[in-house]
Write a protein that binds this ligand. Structure first.
Ligand SMILES: Nc1ncnc2c1ncn2[C@@H]1O[C@H](COP(=O)(O)OP(=O)(O)OP(=O)(O)O)[C@@H](O)[C@H]1O
Ligand SMILES: [Mg+2]
Length: 321
């Protein structure tokens, strides 16, 4: 509804991860390059981690687009809470391989033949797992065994694991050391710094059709307030920006002020215990409080279940009272 008022042709701050809006911060760029390189150079195992809402699924979508362009076959698992047989069945089905009535060993043999045929044709295949922090220990072990599908020169299946920081902790555990040793590339996404956030907002507005006045839609002070309340987490930036535009339109103001941002932040309870500036300047205790508040907000925005929230808290080492 605000599009015409602000001279836009589409909504700039949707929270769905759309590769069209990809903004290449150095971290995101490096992670995407690692993913592409890892798969195309057949590094075997690539891992990307990052906090909730920092852009992991968006990176996965960008990677899948690039795999499609390069005609690299892939299986994409976005909900890895599966049993081992279901996981294998899902993976083969996604690679368009038949699974009906096959035992696990038959499925693995079929997968092996398929990968060898692709290798002979000079190409490869990838298994991409999003939300990989949810992989059970048993599945992680199974995934490790899949890296044994190789010729004497090359890995036949490229495995990409993308997940929240709990994945790093899982991979660091002693009984997964065999898997850890096989990781060819590993990197981590971080929240955006103040400068990156400014560029991020400008870029999204441009991609949504803003003309030369687009860069003044958010005042400098408004952008500073967005940084303060979002802590540089892209999903929260989008929520603040989108709702500030709606509110600005209702008020018929052409420039988003810090007061508007503050109002939106209060509506979404983003202003609860968020102390001062960036997370790195906070002490451990206030960082914990901030994380708790962020999880609460994200839960409300995403409609996540209480169980998921508890898991997220446990995984981040945040204890609930
Ligand atoms: N570099 C970026 N360029 C453009 N948009 C981004 C970028 N990083 C994140 N976003 C946007 O932020 C929002 C959240 O991103 P995404 O869903 O990928 O987060 P996530 O890390 O997968 O979160 P979760 O841990 O909850 O799964 C999406 O709208 C996405 O488009
Ligand atoms: Mg995600």
């Amino acid at each position: 509804m605000y599009r015409k008022f602000y001279g836009l042709t589409r909504n700039p701050f949707e929270i769905s991860p759309d590769p069209y809006f990809f903004y290449p911060t150095p971290r995101h760029n490096e992670a995407l390059a690692n993913l592409n390189y890892g798969v195309q150079r057949r590094k075997g195992f690539v891992v990307v981690t990052g906090e909730v809402g920092t852009g992991k699924t968006l990176l996965v979508r960008c990677l899948l687009d690039s795999l499609n362009r390069n005609q690299i076959a892939f299986a994409y698992v976005f909900n890895p809470r599966l049993s081992v047989p279901d996981f294998l069945r899902y993976m083969l089905t996604d690679l368009r391989l038949p699974t009906t009535g096959r035992t696990k060993s038959e499925m693995l043999a079929h997968l092996n033949n398929y990968l060898i045929a692709r290798f002979r044709r000079g190409t490869t295949a990838a298994l991409v797992v999003d939300e990989a922090q949810l992989l059970s220990w048993e599945l992680l072990e199974e995934v490790r065994l899949l890296t044994n599908l190789e010729t004497s020169q090359q890995k036949l299946l490229q495995i990409v694991l993308v997940g929240q920081p709990e994945l790093d902790r899982k991979l660091d555990s002693p009984h997964l050391r065999q898997l850890k040793q096989r990781i060819g590339l590993r990197c981590r996404l971080e929240p955006l710094g103040a400068e990156e956030l400014r560029g991020y907002i400008r870029r999204r507005l441009e991609l949504a059709g803003a003309n030369s006045h687009g860069s003044s839609i958010f005042s400098e002070e408004g952008i500073a307030a967005i940084h303060q309340f979002s802590h540089g987490i892209p999903r929260l930036i989008n929520t603040l920006c989108e709702n500030s535009l709606v509110s600005g339109y209702v008020k018929q103001v052409k420039q988003i002020t810090p007061e508007i941002v503050q109002e939106v932040a209060s509506d979404f309870r983003m202003d609860i215990p968020c102390t001062t500036s960036a997370p790195e300047s906070e002490d451990a205790e206030s960082r914990k409080k901030t994380l708790k508040a962020l999880f609460r907000m994200i839960e409300e925005l995403d409609g996540a279940s209480e169980k998921q929230l508890d898991e997220a808290k446990l995984e981040s080492g945040v204890k609930t009272e």
